[in-house]
Design a protein around this ligand. Structure first.
Ligand code: FAD
Length: 277
């Protein structure tokens, strides 16, 4: 009898959890069931730690765990491939390297950053939703601080030393937390007093940050951020972004070379084009 093929597409938190659960459920039926996890990468990425990479607290290797290690000794085959399409009728996944038959399919391909079609976000803001994004932010901040240290024009220097995180949810505020610690150190290494010259700004469209938290811990977080010199701009929906900064709906213009966009996520283009609805 052919084994039933269960395929888990995506090795993020959802996919890894699903594959481990399936292993537990079917480990005594290995003659009847085969489990395969397909991901475009060889590693599971600890997405919830990415702000620590962006803020130079940890090296990139500390957020990468190889699938071989995760599934060592388990009945889960790991395949590295990027799936480009799914033929639901014939139950086949089409990858860049091969195609894969399945009897049961679990899709866990994650989400992508939402820019809400606000002009300039895609072109000029940094996202924080992948390891590459986190490394890009870290590299940019190191570079811009170095450039600021050589900049004689006061206006340009101020712009270079203004760091903005848009979005007051967990991702944004966790990144702000990292920058509170890293920016003064990095600036000092480059001969700059961040307290005197730098700005760290959290911009939020709604009337408060960390809206998912109850009032008490939220107030505590705000108090901490303000004590550390973070400027919190509430009710400040960003309406337009360009290479020199951004404008809010209140008409405020902030000049910066570093705007990190953590304002929400949506389904991936891959999932959007699947005939699932
Ligand atoms: C800085 C930061 C902090 C966060 N903090 C928290 C937190 O404290 N608490 C919380 O609950 N959430 C937090 N999140 C959100 C959380 O990380 C995500 O909700 C979670 O990663 C989603 O898991 P997932 O498995 O659905 O998708 P992902 O983790 O995005 O995994 C998707 C996987 O699918 C693979 N894949 C995608 N498309 C394909 C394809 N076509 N072919 C092959 N493989 C593909 C990808 O390579 C990836 O491995 C945070 C996110 C960030 C960025």
């Amino acid at each position: 009898m052919d084994k039933k093929q269960i395929v888990v597409l995506g090795g993020g938190y959802a996919g890894v959890h699903a594959a481990k659960t399936l292993h537990k459920a079917f480990k005594k039926h290995q003659d009847k069931v085969e489990i395969t996890l397909i991901d475009k990468n060889r590693h599971h990425i600890l997405m919830t730690e990415l702000h620590e990479v962006a803020g130079n607290r940890v090296e990139e290797d500390s957020v990468k765990i190889s699938f071989d290690r995760i599934f060592s000794g388990k009945m889960v085959n790991v395949v590295q491939d990027t799936i480009v399409d799914i033929d639901f009728k014939n139950q086949r996944l089409k990858g860049e390297r091969a195609s894969y038959a399945y009897d049961q399919l679990i899709i866990g391909t994650g989400a992508t950053t939402a820019d809400f079609n606000i002009p300039g976000v895609k072109e000029h803001a940094f996202y924080l939703w992948s390891l590459d994004d986190a490394l890009r932010i870290r590299c940019h901040i190191e570079q811009i601080v170095k450039e600021a240290s050589r900049e004689a024009d006061a206006g340009k220097r101020k712009q270079m030393l203004t760091f903005v995180v848009a979005g007051g949810g967990f991702t944004g505020i966790e990144l702000v937390g990292e920058l509170i610690e890293w920016l003064p150190i990095l600036c000092e290494e480059n001969g700059i007093d961040f307290k005197k010259e730098g700005r760290l700004i959290s911009v939020e469209a709604l009337g408060s940050i960390l809206n998912m938290l109850p009032e008490k811990p939220r107030a505590k977080a705000v108090k901490y951020l303000e004590k550390k010199g973070v400027e919190i701009k509430l009710n400040s929906l960003i309406t337009q972004v360009d290479a020199d900064g951004f404008t809010t709906k209140n008409g405020e213009v902030i000049k910066t070379k570093t705007l990190v966009w953590t304002c929400g996520v949506r389904g991936t283009e891959f999932c959007e084009k699947l005939p699932l609805t």
